[in-house]
Design a protein around this ligand. Structure first.
Ligand code: ZN
Length: 280
């Protein structure tokens, strides 16, 4: 452990997931001198094209979208001071049920063992002390996120390493707060009627009850970085909502990143406020 820097490896599905999901921890740990490695599994070809053209619409050129998103990813990594960017370059599979799920070279269509073997190579090379990816539902059910989870779990079986392992998550309290902000801002233009409390209670389908979250990392000081990293991916419609908030509001809402610890060899007490608790 002494002959190399402490290392964080984040395994993500698409260009922009690194910013929205783990931008805070990537920036914070880089600033603390920890080596950060981002593995991005797909090329993001099923994302929005220039001018907001959606996949399947006229003028959506998946190859050109992949090129654009690669540049955006590199810009985001610069903002977050990611030490090493590794691209697996599988084709983005699109949302569950899309034809692109079964396209040749799509990540979803790739045997888990293939992706796992490549990721295991990277793990052997970097020897991460902490590995972060999604839970078995890919946080929200996107096939590439699910596949990123699966290859990570399989790769960990292949290597002789015992990193702390985490799934990204959000606390239900934050999902609720977020829903309130969305309604306040009337992002849909039409949603101006007050929302019944029942509806608010039904909102959290993603994330976990607060008490099930093991790890709360304060990244408030890096909220601006996270915002700028997301701004590097402004071609993607999903990110625009966040960018409209402005830096301050965004940091207020997104200033703590949360995780579930699923593997540990340090015995660090829970809840913890540091992915590297017990390692330094
Ligand atoms: Zn994604």
């Amino acid at each position: 452990m002494a002959d190399r820097p402490l290392t964080l490896m984040a395994v993500h599905a698409h260009p922009d997931d690194e910013a929205s999901g783990t931008g805070g921890v990537l920036a914070r740990y880089a600033a603390e001198g920890i080596r950060t490695v981002l593995v991005t599994c797909t090329d993001g070809r099923c994302g929005d094209g220039p001018g907001g053209v959606k996949p399947g619409e006229d003028g959506h050129d998946p190859a050109a979208v992949a090129v654009m998103r690669r540049k955006e990813l590199e810009a985001s990594c610069e903002v977050l001071e990611v030490g090493h960017l590794e691209l697996l370059e599988y084709a983005d599979s699109g949302m569950m049920g899309w034809e692109s799920n079964d396209a040749p070279g799509s990540f979803w269509n790739t045997p888990v063992a293939d992706g796992a073997a490549r990721l295991a190579e990277l793990m052997r090379h970097y020897q991460p002390d902490v590995v972060v990816t999604y839970d078995e539902n890919g946080f929200y059910g996107h096939p590439d996120h699910i596949q990123a989870h699966r290859i990570t779990v399989a790769a960990l079986e292949l290597v002789d390493l015992s990193p702390k392992v985490y799934w990204t998550t959000v606390p239900h309290s934050a999902v609720r707060r977020f829903g309130e902000v969305m309604r306040e801002s009337g992002s849909d233009g039409e949603q101006t009627e007050p929302v019944e409390p029942v509806e608010a209670a039904e909102l959290p389908e993603i994330g976990l009850p607060d008490e099930e979250i093991s790890t709360w990392v304060d990244t408030t000081a890096f909220g601006g970085r996270k915002f700028d990293a997301l701004a590097a991916h402004a071609s993607q419609g999903d990110n625009i909502f966040f960018l409209r908030m402005g830096k301050e509001r965004f940091t207020e809402l997104m200033g703590v990143e949360t995780f579930v610890r699923v593997r540990d060899t340090t015995g660090a007490a829970l809840p913890e406020n540091d992915l590297f608790a017990g390692l330094r």
